[in-house]
Design a protein around this ligand. Structure first.
Ligand code: AMP
Ligand code: MG
Length: 421
């Protein structure tokens, strides 16, 4: 049977161009909008200091106590009233000693020295310490060479932190060193934000769970394990909502459940405007959907909406775009909702180990890593290449305008770590 002579539609001249007449929002404008529209959503609780790592301070914290609380000696040695002039010095040694936590409760007589150990509060009559290695002790006296400035080898009370000082600001995500600072300044119960709960769900009829048998047309769900672990690494509480087929009723139930259990919902897949793009369709039906056409590669429209009062980030299904959109848009937005304030990821300008020509009109993020002080990019920019995500250790950000990068030119590298991964 002969086939009808039907011509396929011609390739459009502009098939690779950005749609004409459509406003593509620059990345910075999109970020400014998120920053402007979102605010902290988490409540406050108090936790013991030892459990506060990674938590977000709910208020400014002021020192209860100075550090050090008293003037003390920075070394093991002998203390006396300084200063001491140049040349050989001999001083009678007074009976007793001062050690850390065990003060000397007497007066050191003028011209006399007392044995002092690191961390000991300076006794009355002592403001200067000579290092024990620089001293000869004999016949109840010490001998050493001057000169020595008044205050040598001592620490002043409050030289680190003065009681009442601001030690850490609200929004600070507490580090191990912060715990040392809080403890040293007399704080034990720390007001923090409750951890932001982030629901993660995948959509698509083609998806199967890792470990299950997969039919020829099926693929394993790559986004959900990635997004759940990203949320955990960033210090949020991931809530696994599983996979949902391209079925509007099932997806509606899942969104309802997610809104009941989490502060934010991340979906991947189904966020465009196609027949099977049920995330955007449901959000649109709910009347609270914005399709953000962001001038960014890799990335498709980001569907942002509210579901029963819970913000939904409808990420692209493509794993590369899902990761980039999560890092660039969701990360700072989630941080803001979690009480961290808006934080821009810190990048570094490094010489490029590659060449690339880029047209104007959108910002690009390349999967990248640093070797020998140079930024390398993954061989393929294909947005389905999950291996490149794993190969990379960060992103190279190329500004919105045109650029021809040659090897050795400076490019901005943002390590995954800067996003909290
Ligand atoms: P979508 O945004 O639903 O049109 O999906 C875009 C592409 O990403 C399709 O090739 C999907 O099969 C793929 N995709 C969607 N979700 C996932 C997922 N969870 N893991 C891996 N690939 C996905
Ligand atoms: Mg899909």
């Amino acid at each position: 049977m002969s086939k009808p002579d039907i011509k396929p539609p011609p390739l459009r001249n502009d098939c690779f161009a950005l749609p004409a007449g459509v406003n593509w929002t620059p990345v910075d404008d999109a970020l400014a909008l998120l920053r402007d529209r979102l605010s902290v959503v988490t409540a406050v609780e108090t936790v013991p200091l030892a459990q506060a790592t990674g938590r977000v301070l709910a208020s400014d914290i002021h020192a209860n106590r100075s550090n050090p609380p008293l003037p003390n000696t920075a070394v093991d040695g002998y203390g006396f009233a300084g200063a001491v002039s140049g040349g050989p010095q001999i001083m009678p040694l007074q009976q007793g000693r001062a050690a850390a936590g065990i003060p000397f409760d007497g007066q050191v007589a003028p011209g006399h020295a007392l044995r002092v150990l690191t961390g000991a509060a300076l006794p009355d009559g002592v403001d200067t310490v000579i290092l024990e290695e620089d001293v000869t002790v004999q016949d109840g006296h010490i001998a050493f060479h001057g000169p020595l400035k008044q205050g040598a080898n001592t620490r002043q009370a409050g030289e680190d932190v003065v009681a009442g000082d601001l030690v850490l600001p609200a929004g600070r995500k507490l580090t191990p060193a912060d715990l040392a600072l809080l403890s040293a300044t007399g704080l034990a119960d720390i007001p923090v934000r409750k951890t932001l709960r982030v629901a993660v769900l995948s959509t698509g009829d083609e998806l199967v769970e890792p470990g299950q048998a997969a039919g020829p047309g099926q693929i394993y769900d790559a986004n959900r394990p990635m997004l759940l672990s990203m949320m955990a690494r960033m210090g949020f509480a991931p809530v696994d909502m599983g996979r949902v087929a391209d079925d509007r009723d099932v997806l509606r139930d899942c969104l309802n459940a997610a809104a009941g259990q989490a502060d934010v919902i991340l979906t991947s897949g189904g966020a465009s405007a196609g027949d099977e793009d049920h995330v955007s369709a449901l959000l649109r039906q709910a009347g609270a959907m914005q399709e953000w056409r962001i001038a960014l590669k890799p990335g498709r429209p980001l569907a942002l909406g509210m579901w029963n009062g819970t913000p939904v980030f409808g990420l692209p299904g493509n794993p590369v775009a899902a990761l980039v959109c999560t890092l660039i848009f969701a990360r700072p937005a989630l941080g803001l909702m979690a009480g961290e304030g808006w934080r821009n990821p810190q990048g570094f300008d490094l010489p490029a180990a590659f060449e690339k020509r880029k047209k104007p009109g959108r910002r690009e993020y390349l999967r990248a890593r640093v070797r020998d002080g140079q930024a390398e990019v993954f061989a393929s920019e294909g947005s389905g290449r999950i291996s490149g995500l794993s190969w990379a250790e960060g992103l190279v950000e190329i500004e919105d305008g045109a650029r021809h990068i040659k090897p050795g030119d400076r490019v901005r590298f943002i390590p995954y770590g800067s996003f909290g991964l």
